[in-house]
Each structure stands twice: as C-alpha cells, then as structure tokens.
Design a protein around this ligand. Structure first.
Ligand SMILES: [Zn+2]
Length: 172
C-alpha cells in the first residue's frame, strides 16, 4: 500500500505516494524540497502499490526508501471535474444586445434624387428637395451620400442630356 498525500507547500502541492512503511517519517518533497511528515495511512489516503508511479531516485530520507511522485495530471481528482456541457463563463451584457437589435430593426435604404426630376417651371428645386429629405430621415440615420451622374432623354429639347444627382443611403 502507498500513502498518497500532497506537499504542504501551497505553491507546490505536489502529489506524493510513499510506501505505508514510511508513515510518520520525514521526507523532502522531491519537487520543492519542503520537509514533509508522511501521514499515517487511512482508507482515504492509501492506494494499492501495483503499477507504481515513476520513482524519483535519491529524493528521500525516509527509511522505507520508497517515495514516488505522481504525475501532475493525477492532481485533477482534487479539482472539481465538469462532465456536463461546457459552461458559459462570460455572459454578454444584455443592454448591448438590445441596442444592437434596435439598430437591426432599421433597414438600410437607398434614395436617389435626380437633378432633372427637381425642376419646376424653370425653378431648380434640387437643393430644397435634398435638404427636405435629409431633414426628414434625421442626421443620425444618414449612412452615406454619394453623387451620381446619369444620362436622360429630355423631352423638351429632345436630346440626351447628362445630369447629376445624389444617392442617399440611410436607415429607416
Ligand atoms: Zn513540494
């Protein structure tokens, strides 16, 4: 039987297995050098010595001469083991999501205002039309304003004229 216990040095906590014959003797932790007293064997801290863990040569003063360092990974049994599905440790703050949802509710739309469509009996109402439109959608909803040039057939002059306009991208 081996007595299994942990190094009392908190920063080390190396798991050690010592033959039960070494109970009560002082040993040096092979990992950190801390002087440890091997505890008395109890049903809780003993394991069958079959398949002994790797021995660390010359690392003990104990009379039994047998001290083993268990692989570090075996310490995992002292740590709560989660067998269920992974837990979400960091939850995203909800307010941010709600704000984002509101923004998504508004679709990106496109409005094209052509200069030639803003003429009224010799009066150029292009600037006025654009100003009115921008006022209506509100400054915070304007995504972008791009100028466009285009050709159109003018019925009055019966000519193909090139003209300009604005493409306004906005949320609404
Ligand atoms: Zn130690």
């Amino acid at each position: 039987m081996d007595i299994v216990f942990n190094c009392t040095n908190k920063t080390c906590a190396q798991e050690l297995a010592v033959d039960e014959a070494g109970a009560g003797t002082e040993i040096e932790c092979p990992t950190c050098g801390e002087t440890l007293t091997v505890p008395e064997p109890t049903p809780e801290n003993t394991i069958e010595a079959e398949a002994p863990p790797a021995k660390v040569p010359g690392s003990t003063k104990a009379a039994s001469g047998k001290i083993s360092v268990l692989p570090k990974k075996e310490k995992s049994f002292s740590v709560p083991v989660h067998t269920g599905p992974g837990e979400v440790l960091i939850k995203k703050p909800k307010p941010t999501l709600e704000v984002a949802a509101k923004e998504i509710d508004k679709k990106i739309r496109l409005k094209t205002i052509r200069h030639s469509e803003c003429q009224e009996v010799g009066k150029d109402k292009f600037d006025e039309t654009v100003t009115d439109f921008l006022q209506r959608i509100g400054q915070e909803n304007i995504v972008g304003v791009h100028s466009v040039s285009y050709s159109h057939f003018d019925v009055t002059t019966r000519q193909v004229l090139s003209d300009f306009g604005l493409m306004i991208m906005f949320r609404g």
